[in-house]
Design a protein around this ligand. Structure first.
Ligand code: MN
Length: 341
């Protein structure tokens, strides 16, 4: 039964329209869905939800991401993982290529070359810094997750959301909202609607966000021991940051490394938090995660870290962003301090 748009809980930006996207989906005889490198549950959940729907309609569909080689373990129980293929198995030519949760071409990594072999391309995303690199762009920076946007797309397409699709959508919703910390009107309504399909929200959240192997604890001890506070940054807003060295993360999953920023960002004396992560394989390559908040001691209007990350070659959201850079650690830190001012 078609969903009533008035009861979905999906409250989209008025400027977002699904017409061209639906026309492309209805016309497609084959579809590739690309998730971003170092995938999270929002990009994978969005990709697999769409793949489940397309597969049921008899459309050949491939879902992939360029790196790393393996899907993070926490996401392997998501429905639809059978549609995931290795990058080498993504066809060179396809009717429709969809990117999910990717703010720029760079987020596709080595799979960016597949854009050229697609008859048309559709960008589905909620990053403020999105560069609109598709032929069709459905970008809603006010959406709390790309899976929320996919829910709105499925409603507009009049496709019912069953438990398998709901599981995928909920995975992105719960992780991108930080377990429903960063919400807006409609977020809980969408969550309720997904939970009403019978999915186990508590178990999905526990496995995605609240379970770490024991090695997480000594890793945290080493990494948090590097913490520094720069109180004068950005007119007194302050920056708290830590370093994750290659030697700190041997045998630790990417999920554990990505959890560090959620601890650093709770620092009361800093409106901005950063984690400098050393590449496991390439010397002097650093991936930097940034977070900010708009209230708190000494924090007035908050810092738009999307702008900061974009200035340093990355992108993201107003309060959560990141970039990759090269150089000696002290130079990488001072580059960030310079941009923050
Ligand atoms: Mn997202």
């Amino acid at each position: 039964m078609p969903a009533d748009p008035g009861t979905t809980g999906v409250d989209l930006d008025a400027a977002v329209t699904f017409g061209p996207a639906l026309a492309a989906l209805n016309a497609a005889r084959s579809v590739t869905i690309l998730c971003h490198v170092q995938p999270d549950a929002d990009t994978i959940g969005s990709g697999l939800a769409l793949a489940l729907v397309l597969h049921r309609r008899g459309i050949p569909v491939w879902v992939s991401f360029a790196e790393p080689a393996e899907l993070p373990a926490t996401m392997r129980t998501l429905p639809g993982v059978r549609h995931l293929v290795r990058p080498v198995d993504v066809p060179a030519e396809v009717d429709l290529l969809i990117t999910v949760d990717c703010g720029s071409v760079g987020r596709l990594g080595a799979l960016a070359d597949r854009l050229a072999g697609a008859r048309t391309t559709l960008v589905l995303d909620h990053h403020r810094s999105n560069t609109r690199f598709g032929a069709i762009n459905v970008v809603d920076a006010s959406a709390e997750s790309t899976t929320s946007l996919v829910a709105g797309l499925l409603d507009a397409w009049q496709v019912a959301i069953d438990a398998e699709v709901a599981h995928c959508l909920y995975a992105g919703l719960v992780t991108d909202t930080g377990s429903f910390r960063w919400v807006r009107p409609g977020t809980h309504q969408l969550a309720e609607r997904l939970l009403a399909t019978g999915i186990d929200g508590a178990e999905i959240t526990r496995s995605l966000m609240d379970t770490h192997p024991f090695d997480w604890l000594p890793m945290l001890s080493r990494v948090l021991g590097t913490a520094r506070l720069e109180s004068a940054v950005h007119g007194g807003v302050g920056l708290a940051y830590v370093f994750v060295r290659r030697g700190d993360v041997a045998g630790v999953r990417s999920e554990e490394v990505e959890s560090v920023i959620d601890i650093v960002r709770t620092t009361a004396e800093a409106g901005v938090a950063a984690v400098f992560k050393e590449s496991r394989t390439i010397d002097d390559r650093w991936t930097v995660s940034l977070r900010s908040r708009d209230s708190g001691p000494g924090v007035r209007d908050g810092v738009d870290v999307s702008e900061v990350a974009t200035a340093l070659g990355g992108g993201g959201h107003r309060y959560a962003a990141g970039y990759t850079t090269h150089g000696r650690l002290e130079d990488v830190v001072s580059a960030l301090l310079t941009v923050l001012g």
